[in-house]
Design a protein around this ligand. Structure first.
Ligand code: TRP
Length: 344
């Protein structure tokens, strides 16, 4: 059982608080679902959940294409609603509409060294993928986005941050900032804990260790049945299995990999043994997988279609969520500024 710092919890309903969220850089895919959204939906009953649509953070590596970020804000909100985030239980808000987060970021910047930011393994990894954008010249904003993320988390005095494994270095930095702030200016901020998804990172259709938009190897929650069939057809399979009767190696096949996620255990045993003995071909195996993915996504897509055809409801959810989030962040900022003698 996790222990929470109830003394500093400033939410009235006394449930411990969660802050989590996504960058609006594209529609969410099944990697997001298993890595984060599934947990998020389950946790919203027990926690006072805040979901950030991190548009400011998205701009740190999409500053050349701000319209793309804007266009994806509502998409990501709809993805969250479609998987079961309930606006009655969870507060969905837009980062750029909470200027208190930007103010906190400035104050926290004094508590973090440049060397500390340069050591962050997640930033380093992302930088490799962004070679074209940054070349060898990383921006101040990109290097510093984990500081801004610490502001996202602490603005809400969050106790828990459910996230994928790649977020651990950022949450660790947030914890360090909190400790330092409290030590220098006096107890003010809640030290957040990471809650890492039990599900490991979902691999891409091509076998790449990461599923991602830029890698073109993702199945999106909003993909139509036709697109899903097309994508599954192109998935990486055991190169040694060419003819139907060839013996297959499920461990070297992305189709089997996804069967493990979408196919019930009895059918899965059949898939595995028929592949190993050469009793099934990859085409049939792919069709079965595509059927199961389509079936799995159907209720999610049904919900998404409802919101797509009622954009005014989505706008209202964002508006109300952001207003509520702002109140919470304002109170944190008030306390922070008081401690820093900035309460003019
Ligand atoms: N960095 C997260 C991602 O890339 C998004 C994010 C922004 C976030 N602020 C956050 C996640 C605060 C958890 C808490 O997916």
């Amino acid at each position: 059982m996790l222990k929470f710092n109830y003394k500093y919890m400033n939410n009235q309903n006394q449930k411990p608080r969660i802050l989590t969220g996504d960058r609006p850089t594209g529609p969410l895919h099944i990697g997001h679902y298993f890595g984060a959204l599934k947990d998020r939906v389950e946790l919203q009953d027990k926690y006072d959940t805040f979901v950030i649509i991190a548009d400011v953070q998205a701009l740190t590596d999409n500053f050349l294409t701000p319209k793309k970020v804007r266009d994806n804000v509502k998409e990501v909100v709809m993805d969250n609603l479609a998987v079961g985030i309930d606006p009655k239980k969870s507060t969905i808000f837009i980062q750029s509409m909470i200027p208190e987060i930007a103010e906190l970021t400035v104050f926290y910047s004094n508590l973090v060294t440049v060397a500390r930011l340069e050591r962050n393994p997640t930033t380093k990894e992302e930088l490799k993928q962004k070679e074209k954008l940054f070349k060898n010249n990383i921006t101040y904003g990109f290097l510093g986005y984990p500081v801004s993320q610490a502001a996202d988390i602490t603005a809400f005095q969050a106790d828990l941050v459910p996230a994928g494994e790649d977020q651990v270095p950022h949450i660790e930095l947030a914890r360090e900032i909190v400790r330092k702030f409290n030590e220098i200016y006096g107890e003010t901020l809640v030290e957040p804990k990471a809650k890492i998804s039990a599900f490991p990172r979902v691999k891409g259709l091509d076998g790449n260790s990461k599923m991602g938009k830029s890698l073109n190897n993702a199945i999106y929650l909003s993909d139509s049945p036709d697109i899903i069939r097309q994508k599954v057809k192109m998935a990486f399979t055991d190169p040694q299995k060419i003819r139907l009767t060839d013996i297959g190696h499920p461990d070297n096949c992305m189709v089997y990999y996804y069967h493990q996620m979408f196919t019930d255990s009895n059918d899965l045993k059949v898939v595995e043994s028929e592949c190993r003995t050469g009793a099934r071909g990859c085409v049939a195996c792919k069709n079965q997988l595509a059927d199961n993915i389509i079936k799995f996504l159907a209720p999610i897509q049904e919900k998404r279609h409802y919101y797509e055809s009622h954009p005014e409801i989505v706008d209202q959810i964002i508006k109300e969520g952001t207003a509520k989030a702002r109140e919470v962040a304002k109170e944190t900022l008030r306390q922070v500024k008081e401690k820093m003698f900035l309460n003019y």
